[in-house]
Design a protein around this ligand. Structure first.
Ligand code: NDP
Length: 249
């Protein structure tokens, strides 16, 4: 349970990557200012987080199951938080999807929107009433540079982040009146399993019905330059975690 004076922070998608590092960084805060509720959809994946948290596990860090695509799971998770009191919500969970729209089913596209867009909407709807009552709170949303600019063969992922940006920009105005902050985080490339999965997707990619120029551009220009950018400018999940710590301080 949180001590008085500690802020309760709930983070989605903590089984790997950026979410895991945010959870550990905040739980290990030198002044113990945060009581971290790290969530993941499959608690069988908890070992990496528990190991990284070390002594903080069970003290400043606890775990709860949460699938942001399920209304029931979201409600259950928030109901399990004492008094439903969350000071800071960090919407980090997200999935990527790379490939020409010709080769992606509508079902796959919906899965991306269910997670990246409706996942965030569900969480905000669930925590907002209590934050409004207390007239305080901070909601952070993990967007991407791809929430600002379209990128070839990332059409659906980009669209899901654009949608979230629009939703949050509009919500921010309403929430401000209740002293609730809404912050968007828009990282460039970050070295996580997201990147590994993207490279696996590229290897399997097919181009049915896509014109030869676009395929050539993707393979000869976009892909090599993306890899260069990842190598030259790719951040580590810890960099993003430190940035978030600054934003919420
Ligand atoms: P990872 O793939 O390492 O982590 C994604 C996390 O989201 C995992 O914990 C995953 O859980 C979780 N997740 C996926 N679907 C759900 C769901 N339905 N319910 C709950 N959790 C879910 O990637 P990153 O750490 O890189 O990505 C984190 C966020 O950062 C994403 O929103 C991504 O869009 C964004 N981002 C990433 C960038 C990058 O280059 N890596 C750049 C810009 C933004 P599980 O293990 O169960 O799949």
């Amino acid at each position: 349970m949180a001590n008085s004076g500690q802020k309760v922070v709930l983070i989605t998608g903590c089984s790997s990557g950026i979410g895991l590092r945010i959870a550990v960084t905040l739980a290990k805060d030198e002044k113990k200012r945060y009581h971290v509720i790290a969530t993941m959809r499959d608690l069988k994946k908890k070992d990496k987080l528990v190991e990284a948290a070390g002594d903080a596990y069970g003290k400043t860090l606890m775990l709860l199951p949460l699938d942001v695509c399920s209304d029931e799971s979201v409600k259950q998770c928030i109901n399990n938080v004492k008094d439903r009191h969350i000071d800071i919500l960090i919407n980090n969970a997200g999935v990527g999807l790379l490939g020409p729209v010709e080769s992606i089913s509508i079902e796959e596209m919906k899965r991306v929107f269910e997670t990246n867009f409706f996942g965030v909407v569900r969480m905000i709807k669930e925590v907002m009433p209590d934050m409004k009552k207390r007239r305080s709170g901070h909601i952070l949303v993990m967007s991407s540079v791809m929430g600002l600019q379209g990128v070839v063969f990332n059409d659906v992922y980009t669209a899901s982040k654009f949608a979230m940006e629009g939703f949050c920009e509009s919500m921010a105005v309403q929430l401000m009146k209740f002293n609730i902050r809404l912050s968007m985080i828009e990282p460039g490339p970050v070295h996580t399993e997201f990147e590994t999965k993207m490279m696996e997707d590229v290897a399997k990619m097919e181009y049915p019905g896509v014109d030869a120029d676009t395929v050539r551009y993707f393979k000869d220009v976009y892909l090599p330059s993306s890899i260069d950018i990842f190598e030259a400018m790719g951040q580590m999940p810890d960099d993003i975690a430190k940035c978030i710590k600054k934003v919420i301080e």
